[in-house]
Design a binder for this molecule. Structure first.
Ligand code: IMP
Ligand code: MG
Length: 431
């Protein structure tokens, strides 16, 4: 044990979310000592399929299925206690132990008034709406930045929590003229706070000394990203983004881990492109092929059920994600979903009017008017199935060639994982 260096792997979605991070984290977590969820809220949804069944997780880290793995909800998370209680109850019902979960007292609470404000903001934005998941996550982070948010530690002291709630709700009622709206009455949260204290109380604990001890012991960590790089509040397609930092830096800040501990950054990419919500998407397929991929891949939101927009793999966006995250390893997921399609294309540049553009555009006004260029070299023959490949190196030639086309976007990174089906064992590693 002595002298062992810790390994810290960040798992980052490289696109607009829903890349299959849950599956990669579930796989890596089966060998990890610690899994940390650092940012975002229950606007994220990870689907995990393993020998215990199929689970849609929103807040609980995907390492929960390994009883020997410590799971941490970090300070950067927007935590809706109702969702967490529901998720815990479902896992307990299905006999998954949740004794291996701890929660940072510094995470911020999302309450029904945040959901109300999310809906109201979206209505008021009219044609400029973001098409959020309406989970109140944006308003929770707004309150946090305004210094009127409610940290999770307040749950340990219900009278103090109610007092803080009354203070912020009075502010909101006065500012927004919402005097009679039920979500803005502190008393309506009394039962929830009591229940949250009784169930979550023992899990709430300062994480810094615990994580520090694990690092000193040489433990293996997985940092589970939520959403995708292009939805990052600072580096994404603002304003069509989420309200937290979903790139690798955000995972370190949200976890409270020293940045130099990081040993690996896995970028997770679907073999094609999807996006939920508004904003430009140069490779979007608004045709029968797009519909076909949507149905084959069940591309409907885990959180909202909304149909996802589908397109060819966008290598320009992927290269940008690599520039801001520095991926050491790449996972290409959902290769099975593309089976049976005759021809596939990948774009590595855009066309904007007369201009060819090689770099991604975060300004939605520009991105909306970019179309994808498909060079003859970037048109690939499809495949019928994955065959009996046992690692990334033994994929059928058509799949291999296509993956090599995807990897053009990631100079210096290694093709380390291939997702070829929903189950835990249908993830191939590099040989
Ligand atoms: P919010 O995060 O609910 O505020 O939504 C902001 C934008 O991010 C919307 O376009 C959502 O559809 C998108 N979004 C948020 N979380 C996810 C996710 O986990 N997967 C895909 N899209 C997401
Ligand atoms: Mg998702």
């Amino acid at each position: 044990m002595k002298g062992r260096k810790p390994s810290v792997t960040a798992v980052v979605g490289g696109q607009w979310g829903d890349e299959g991070k849950g599956k990669i984290v579930d796989y890596l977590a089966s060998k990890a000592d610690v899994v940390v969820r650092s940012q975002g809220g229950d606007n994220a949804g990870h689907t995990v399929v393993n020998d215990q069944g199929k689970f849609a997780l929103h807040l609980i880290p995907a390492g929960i299925f390994n009883p020997d793995t410590l799971n941490v909800i970090g300070a950067g998370v927007a935590l809706n206690p109702k969702t967490l209680l529901r998720e815990l109850a479902e896992l307990k019902d299905r006999r998954v132990s949740v004794n291996n979960l701890i929660i940072s007292p510094k995470a911020h609470l999302a309450f029904d008034y945040h959901l109300y404000l999310d809906r109201r903001q979206e209505d008021l934005r009219g044609s400029r709406r973001i098409e959020t998941t309406k989970r109140g996550v944006g308003p929770t982070y707004m309150d946090k930045a305004e210094r009127i948010g409610l940290p999770v530690r307040l749950l340990l002291d219900p009278p103090r929590c109610l007092e803080a709630l009354e203070h912020v709700l009075k502010l909101k009622r006065d500012q927004l003229g919402l005097a009679d709206v039920p979500e803005f009455q502190a008393a309506s949260y009394e039962d929830l706070i009591a229940e949250a204290k009784s169930i979550l109380g023992d899990m709430i604990t300062e994480t810094a000394p615990i994580l520090s001890r694990e690092l000193a012991k040489g433990s293996s960590f997985v940092l589970e990203g939520a959403h995708g790089a292009l939805l990052d509040l600072d580096h994404g397609t603002y304003p069509m983004v989420t309200a937290s930092n979903s790139t690798v830096g955000g995972l370190l800040v949200g976890a409270g881990l020293p940045p130099l501990c990081l040993t690996k950054v896995v970028g997770v990419f679907k073999a094609y492109q999807t996006r939920v919500g508004a904003g430009g998407m140069p490779t979007e397929l608004k045709n029968a092929l797009g519909d076909r991929i949507r149905e084959a891949g069940h591309e409907y939101g885990t959180t909202t059920g909304r149909p996802r927009r589908v397109g060819y793999f966008d290598g320009v966006a992927a290269r940008y994600a690599h520039q801001i995250n520095g991926f050491t390893d790449i996972a290409i997921t959902r290769l099975d979903t593309l089976a049976g399609i005759d021809e596939l294309k990948i774009c590595h540049s855009y066309q904007h009017g007369q201009q060819r553009i090689d770099d991604f555009q975060v300004d939605d006004a520009v991105l909306q008017h970019c179309t994808a260029n498909y060079e003859p070299d970037d048109v690939y023959s499809g495949w019928d199935g994955i065959g009996d490949a046992s690692d990334c190196g033994s994929l059928p030639p058509e799949v291999s060639q296509y993956c090599a086309g995807v990897m053009k976007a990631f100079p210096g990174a290694r093709f380390s994982y291939a997702g070829v089906g929903p189950e835990r064992d249908s993830l191939l590693s590099a040989a």
